[in-house]
Design a protein around this ligand. Sequence first.
Ligand code: APR
Length: 230
Amino acid sequence: MEQIREWLKSSKHTVVLTGAGMSTESGVADFRSKSGWWQQINPRTVATTEALASNYELFHRFYTARINALEHIVPHEGHMILADWQQRGLVQHIATQNVDGLHTAAGAENVDELHGSIRSVRCQSCGQAAEMSRFLAKEACACGGRLRPNVILFGENLPQQAWNNTLSHMKAAQLVIVIGTSLEVYPVSQLPHMTNGKTVYINLEIEHSHFDRMVKGKAGETLKIIDASL
Ligand code: APR
């Protein structure tokens, strides 16, 4: 950890990239762990535009469950530490695959949500933003179209501005810290390869060995240890 602390203190441009493992300590299930969403349900049946078009009942039930689950969810200490590091100038950019908004809720700024957000909805047909209560009540858009959360479904393009912004931060980074992600989903999985900086991977399971430092452990606990003597 000492080496990571040194890199964090000396780096002039540090980027943090997180995935679902960053939120499990807040009580949000991840996807590919033993207790993850994709162990219970086939993602193709709920997280695709085909599912939205041809299986709205299940699509709606899945996202309603995830939205309702967020009701009592708050950021954990790891989220607070990252926001604090950003405020202290130790971290220049936070990008996440998570759609739960917990980094922003912890006080982080300008977070790039590469897979969108489950906290707002829009019409699939006309693109008009809609009230969350209308989606939860399974009402249609005024135009008759179906309402859906602003998450990126498999097969959809990532938000261009968020992607470009994160990519440019990666290219300029002297240090990239990747936390709580299996890095199974393209194109985010490619981001850690886009930097010439030092790379650190903090994850419960170490599934990738191309990092300069790999820490097998919980996100919150590991961030607390690193933060302890910064
Ligand atoms: N601390 C550290 N790592 C953790 C923790 C934790 N508390 N809890 C889980 N993990 C690890 C798991 O071991 C796993 O390797 O986090 C990783 C989470 O991987 P996934 O469940 O695949 O989530 P993620 O990588 O974010 O998935 C990417 O896939 O389904 C899509 O759109 C969805 O954004 C998601 C994308």
